[in-house]
Write a protein that binds this ligand. Structure first.
Ligand SMILES: N[C@@H](CCC(=O)N[C@@H](CS)C(=O)NCC(=O)O)C(=O)O
Length: 231
């Protein structure tokens, strides 16, 4: 009876990797090489119908069939609630953590993801797209900056809200963004970065570097025909 995390070394994969290391519970890592198209196997579709990483299979309850959990935000919530940690106990604190978690899932992640795509990975550099996602990325980071000027962490105590946002702030340069003018965000980032569990979480699959290898195949799998044929 175990927890199995299907993941790859990307910001969305780092979120549950960090939380599982913070929790210190036993789990198994199954690498899914998204550059080689392993997310498109029939076996993996049964774990994640959306064919993306991460996904979790929770087979720890002997009285229930294994639960599959997809979407990184849902995985963080599932684990935090299961173990009663890294989620504030009181209603106000929980609501604040949920708000920042939703903000990350709907805003910070998708927008920096697009910024990273157009700035770093797109073969043709498209000024309008780069400008749009750079500006939106700057806006989102400034929202965090203002909040962190008055709060130590996003939801007052270190929580899944911070764990969700941290890996996306970490890759800001790939999205054409800078933290130079954001001292409170840098303070928050530094405090999280030096946590031993964060270091361990980032080291999982570290040799599979964040980023898309610059080969035609990886581009096709991630952004081209393969991506759209495999529904
Ligand atoms: N909203 C999803 C996004 C998952 C996602 O887009 N994962 C990327 C890696 S960061 C992926 O699996 N990409 C593979 C592909 O595009 O085929 C989540 O947070 O879990």
């Amino acid at each position: 009876m175990s927890l199995t995390l299907y993941t790859w070394a990307t910001p969305n994969g780092h979120k549950p990797q960090i939380l599982l290391e913070e929790l210190g519970v036993p789990y198994e890592v199954r690498p899914v090489n998204i550059f080689e198209g392993e997310q498109f196997t029939d076996e993996y579709r049964r774990v994640n119908p959306n064919r993306r990483i991460p996904a979790l299979v929770d087979a720890t309850d002997p009285d229930r069939p294994p639960l599959r959990v997809f979407e990184s935000g849902a995985i963080l919530l599932h684990l935090a609630e299961k173990y009663g940690r890294f989620i504030p106990a009181d209603a106000h604190g929980r609501s604040t953590a949920f708000q920042w978690l939703m903000w990350q899932m709907a805003g910070l992640g998708p927008m920096l993801g697009q910024g990273q795509h157009f700035w770093t990975y797109a073969k043709e550099k498209h000024p309008y797209s780069i400008d749009r996602y750079t500006k939106e990325g700057e806006r989102l980071l400034s929202v965090m900056e203002s909040h962190l000027a008055e709060h130590e962490f996003l939801a007052d105590e270190y929580s899944i809200a911070d764990i969700a946002c941290f890996p996306w702030v970490r890759i800001h340069k790939l999205a054409n963004l800078s933290l130079d003018e954001l001292p409170h965000l840098r303070r928050w980032y530094g405090a999280i970065r030096k946590r031993p569990a964060v270091e361990r979480g980032l080291n999982i699959l570290r040799d599979h570097l964040t980023g898309v290898p610059d080969t035609g195949r990886a581009h096709d799998v991630m952004f081209g025909e393969t991506q759209f044929r495999k529904r």
